[in-house]
Design a binder for this molecule. Structure first.
Ligand code: NAP
Length: 470
């Protein structure tokens, strides 16, 4: 894949880059390793000041950064601005909470026959981050903010279609005060990942992306015995039960499917509706989807911009055609418009069967599959009947059903009467083919820490577990 900025609204190639030669990659890994040693001598408070400076820069430069993201991958300018703000919030969250997340945890010393025992969280070294284009700032920040605060260093291999956003991130952390090499962008294609992850100085990897890329990185990491966190695809269910507030559910369903032009891992993709309210929900949902304005992502009146690539648009149209050819019904949308740009209309498809690609595969665009079920048990069966398990949504005002959904949905999160979203305060990640490991919260920070057990016998100084440099 060429490393280039191509505007999805026009198809115009705006800037291309040569991939970094191997010597430059090796030099960057060396700098990341040196910077890791340098961070070892810094306190969490110092790193917090740098991360707060990064938040200040993000906020001060929000509009220009947002414009760049819109130009590189087509999200609406409004969504891009919100993404920048969300990144600044996450930086401030980790700057404020890292000391508590990294604090030594005392253990029951007498039980383990020690005078003193505790758990200490320490950074592990340079971590490779392979990231996707769909939230080009946020996906990176939710790895980088906790990793840098913990004292790790980051090597970013970003998606090939967002090179300018990738370079902006390196520049941001440098200007915020982090030492040279603490966060480096490697302009490389995916074929370079094997070499980077095989380097003994690189201690772990995190990938947000497709199942295919996840399998590839997990194989390399397995061979090299390195830790990975994988945030992969999803085909999130959105279940609507008879007691649901239908107007609200149909409104949120529309946003949950079409936010980020339908290209979100945690977008609701399969709408599983109880037969008692199926027709009423379908009517409202199709009307809302049809009313969305598709167009120039820089225009404040636009709800849905272009897809990020021509290949991505062709893929979702092929999935819709496959369903229609096998007997599915299109309630709205279904035909890409003529003209420049990789646009696709908000689309609702129903009468789906397991033989159709849409039933089994992730649909990465503004296309909703609508399923009719006749009971709670059938809703769970359809919702869990996928190889993915990232997010899930259930709409019901019945407290018993709310509890049951929380337990029965086989996913990394369950949002009841709301759409799946991520917060720095809550763990984020999936099960099954949606990956493993968690980002965000204290758990995300500790994924790239050595959870070190410290046991001290007789003869030790009497001080308890205390502050330490990292
Ligand atoms: P992708 O093709 O897997 O690309 C993601 C990143 O992986 C890019 O940097 C890409 O580099 C790299 N890559 C691709 N193939 C690779 C390989 N064989 N070995 C090493 N690196 C490889 O994903 P995408 O299709 O662009 O992004 C959409 C997917 O990401 C969807 O499935 C979506 O659900 C998922 N996603 C998941 C989450 C989550 O949190 N779980 C969040 C966002 C997106 P190049 O660009 O150079 O190919």
């Amino acid at each position: 894949m060429p490393i280039a900025t191509t505007n999805p609204a026009t198809g115009q190639v705006l800037k291309t880059y040569e991939a970094m030669p191997e010597e430059e990659i090796d030099a960057a890994i060396e700098r990341a390793d040196l910077a890791f040693r340098q961070l070892h001598g810094t306190t969490v408070e110092q790193r917090g000041r740098w991360l707060t400076a990064a938040a200040d820069l993000l906020e001060a430069e929000r509009d220009a950064t947002a414009r760049l993201m819109t130009t590189e991958m087509g999200k609406t300018y409004a969504a891009a601005r919100a993404e920048v703000t969300k990144c600044a919030t996450a930086c401030r969250f980790y700057a404020a909470n890292a000391a508590a997340f990294l604090a030594d945890e005392p253990a029951d010393a007498p039980a383990v026959k020690a005078t003193r025992a505790f758990v200490r969280y320490q950074p592990i070294g340079p971590v490779l981050a392979v990231m996707p284009w769909n939230f080009p700032l946020w996906q990176v920040m939710r790895f980088a903010a906790p990793a840098l605060m913990a004292g790790n260093t980051g090597l970013l291999k970003h998606a090939s279609n967002v090179p300018q956003t990738a370079l902006l991130l390196e520049d941001l952390f440098r200007r915020a005060g982090f030492p040279e090499g603490a966060f480096t962008t490697l302009l490389v294609g995916s074929e370079a990942v094997d070499r980077i992850l095989s380097d003994p100085r690189v201690r772990a990897a995190t990938l947000t992306g497709s199942e295919r890329a996840g399998r590839s990185i997990a194989q390399i990491a397995g061979r090299e015995l390195k830790k990975t966190v994988l945030e992969l695809g999803g085909s999130d269910p959105f279940v609507v039960m008879p007691s649901a507030d239908l107007d609200r559910a149909a409104e949120v369903a529309t946003t949950a499917r079409c936010q980020n032009n339908g290209q979100s891992c945690i977008a609701a993709k399969r709408f599983i509706v109880h037969t008692d309210v199926f027709d009423a929900f379908a009517e409202r949902f199709a009307a809302n989807m049809s009313a969305l304005r598709v167009g120039d992502p820089m225009d404040d009146d636009t709800d849905v911009g272009p897809l990020a690539s021509e290949g991505g648009r062709d893929e979702i149209h092929a999935q819709v055609r496959d369903a229609v050819d096998r007997g599915a019904t299109v309630l709205c949308g279904g035909e890409p418009p003529a003209g420049p740009g990789w646009y696709y209309p908000p689309t609702v498809v129903t009468d789906l069967t397991p033989q159709m690609r849409m039933w089994r595969e992730e649909v990465f665009g503004p296309v909703a599959g609508l399923y009719r079920v006749s009971s709670y048990d059938e809703a769970i069966e359809v919702a869990n009947g996928t190889s993915f398990g990232l997010g899930s949504n259930a709409w019901t005002r019945d407290p018993d059903e709310q509890e049951r959904f929380a337990t029965d949905l086989d996913a990394g999160n369950v949002f009841v009467n709301g759409m799946t979203t991520s917060f720095p305060e809550l763990p984020f990640g999936g099960v099954k083919n949606s990956g493993y490991g968690r980002e965000l919260s204290a758990l995300g920070m500790r994924e790239f820490c050595n959870t070190k057990t410290v046991w001290v016998g007789e003869g030790a100084a009497s001080a308890g577990a205390g502050a330490h440099a990292e």
